[in-house]
Design a protein around this ligand. Sequence first.
Ligand code: PLP
Length: 436
Amino acid sequence: MTSSAELFERARALMPGGVNSPVRAFGSVGGTPPFMVSGRGPYLTDADGREYVDLVCSWGPALLGHAHPEVLAAVHAAVDRGLSFGASTPAESELAELVMGRVGAVERLRMVSTGTEATMTAVRLARGFTGRNLVIKFAGCYHGHLDGLLASAGSGVATLALPGSAGVTEATAAETLVLPYNDLAAVEEAFAVRGQEIAAVITEAAPANMGVVEPQPGFNAALARITAANGALLIFDEVLTGFRTGYAGYWGLTGGAADSDAPFVPDLLTFGKVIGGGLPVAALGGRAEVMDHLAPVGPVYQAGTLSGNPVAMAAGVATLTHATHEVYEHIDARSAQLSAAVSEALSAAGVDHSIQRAGNLFSVAFGTSAAGVRNYADAQAQEAFRYGPFFHAMLDAGVYLPPSVFEAWFLSSAHDDTAMDRILAALPAAAKAAAA
Ligand code: PLP
């Protein structure tokens, strides 16, 4: 079989950096990325025949683990009926009903194929609805690679230490106001100065692209209050958190929970990742009054050749159907177990760190124990150089972590005791590597 090293060399001659999404190139951790050939449950197998416990889970979608038998069966059945018709299919309504049954804030839904499309459409819709141009985003939040939201974005933009992206015009960048996360005074001030021009505030439900950062209590509810008071919309980006941090996403866990201390309802929500269970599905949804500004009902145009693709819908329906309350209880418990073990191993090796947590999502930051990471400035100031050795020690021991300190660690319902034991056994040596 061709080795990962040979495959990477071949890919580099064919694709920029040898990849189709930058972080996969291992730029910030160094080394040759393993090329994966199969996945089953909590495991991935690479081209060299090595097996890894997977803590990336396709960057979120694999909530039920890889190759879940019932998801595969649903996909196979859909494939047998044909791949794409360019016409409406029953499965689109099935998935929409599943989403709306879980997330009460969604009165209408539009399916798209990527999270980027979902946030891009949400921003266009907010502008079309309000007749205003400006959008507020928070530094370190990543909403996909649409021009207007790449300024101070997290994820790969943070990993590559870029301020934004070449190719974004000044005029486009000027329509985005970038504010520090968790800073309500900055939001109030922006509205005081330019309130009549602001169409929307877009925020990650809980940021997980500068490492995980928990919104301070009441932060999201305050954003909803400030936007509503100023005739702007709140776009709540649940592409990463949706159907992962809980049955009804991060909103269902916090502002939308029956016993919430700070209840609120976002105007628009965006979904991706888990909603497609590993196939390209994303969506935006929210208040009917706003959503009905989308074509063909309203004047805001949006379309997609493969939107609502029947095979992708089948994967989404099967995934959400099997994403039961028990699945979330399992992932919550594994997340608590793993983050405690990571922290213990790092402390034993004398490595200063903080476990960054929002619901069952977590990441590790280095040199940050004093106050943790509350915003992008904190995330960037950490001892990020410790992550590379930690990552490679884990990889050598057969654990596949996100190849960037700015990404969350992902678990699945398939992470059983055997898989967890393998991760836990690898931690002490990795912690020592981080200490060096
Ligand atoms: N929004 C958030 C919060 C994300 O984490 C991501 C991707 O990681 C996106 C949007 C973009 O989604 P996609 O990569 O499917 O375009």
